[in-house]
Write a protein that binds this ligand. Structure first.
Ligand SMILES: [Zn+2]
Length: 269
């Protein structure tokens, strides 16, 4: 599933191709995504793109008449086509741009969404979201204060969008390993120093993944159709039973609910 680094990779990929250009029209071949593609998007003609932003795992295309909020769902991806190419089965939406390129949305499982909004940051999909993990406000002091009274495990806390956004299972596992903190620790048991280490680790892991074009587990492709490379750099996720890269102890695999969690019982405490 695309997480924050994959969405940020998509944002950076399409930004130079669309900012300052106009969307001449949209071609919506299948409007039945997670929710129906909004009518305003289907009817869109000749609108300038002012910016491409990201909030959590949502891509926000700011036009001179409103905003398109795109969520990649489970298997969505955006690609830039320098010239028109015939659409394939899962290519559901195109943005036809004034510079001749096409931004093509592909989504085999159709759990993504394309919504229209006049004010996305206060809209029902974004208003309740927590802090951006790459923002300055997200630091050790903030995390410590917000975890202090929590009796749940630390890993699901990191994955709770109302607290901090865009950290899914892969990046939560990796960040806790880098920080040396066991995923089943009670969130409220982290001291200030551990909270500081954890926020730092989260930023490092996310930024490294963005630099590698994200992690491709299944369907995610970058804007140029290539796969992300961060998979090769994962230290614990997906490595159950394999030796820890730091201490050679076999990586443990535990299941909490439906989620697989990977950790090193020696490096993390
Ligand atoms: Zn280890």
């Amino acid at each position: 599933m695309p997480e924050l680094p994959e969405v940020e990779t998509s944002r950076r990929g399409i930004e130079p191709w669309v900012t300052g250009q106009s969307v001449l029209r949209t071609e919506v071949r299948n409007a039945r995504l997670r929710w129906s593609v909004d009518e305003e998007i289907i009817a869109l003609r000749d609108r300038m793109v002012l910016s491409v932003q990201r909030r959590a795992k949502y891509l926000l295309l700011e036009l001179d008449s409103g905003w398109i909020i795109i969520h990649l769902g489970m298997s969505g991806s955006l690609r830039v086509l320098a010239q028109p190419q015939p659409p394939e089965k899962h290519d559901h939406v195109d943005l036809v741009m004034s510079n001749g390129c096409i931004i093509r949305y592909t989504d085999p499982r159709r759990f993504g969404s394309w919504l229209w909004s006049e004010n996305p940051y206060t809209s029902r999909v974004l208003a309740h979201l927590g802090l951006e993990p790459l923002s300055e406000e997200f630091d050790g002091h903030w995390l410590y204060e917000n975890l202090r009274k929590k009796k749940t495990k630390i890993k699901p806390c990191l994955m709770d969008n109302k607290l901090v956004v865009g950290i899914g299972n892969i990046y939560a596992s990796e960040s806790l390993f880098v920080a040396g903190i066991l995923p089943d620790r009670t969130a409220g048991s982290l001291n200030q120093e551990e909270a500081a280490r954890l926020t730092k680790s989260i930023k490092v892991v996310l930024l490294r993944s963005i630099k590698q074009g994200g992690t491709t587990l299944r369907d995610f492709l970058q804007y140029d159709g290539k796969q992300g490379n961060f998979l090769r750099e994962l230290q614990v996720y997906g490595r159950g039973g394999e030796p820890c890269l730091v201490c050679s102890t076999p990586i443990q695999l535990a299941k909490y609910g439906q989620r697989s969690t990977f950790f090193c019982s020696k490096c993390q405490s």
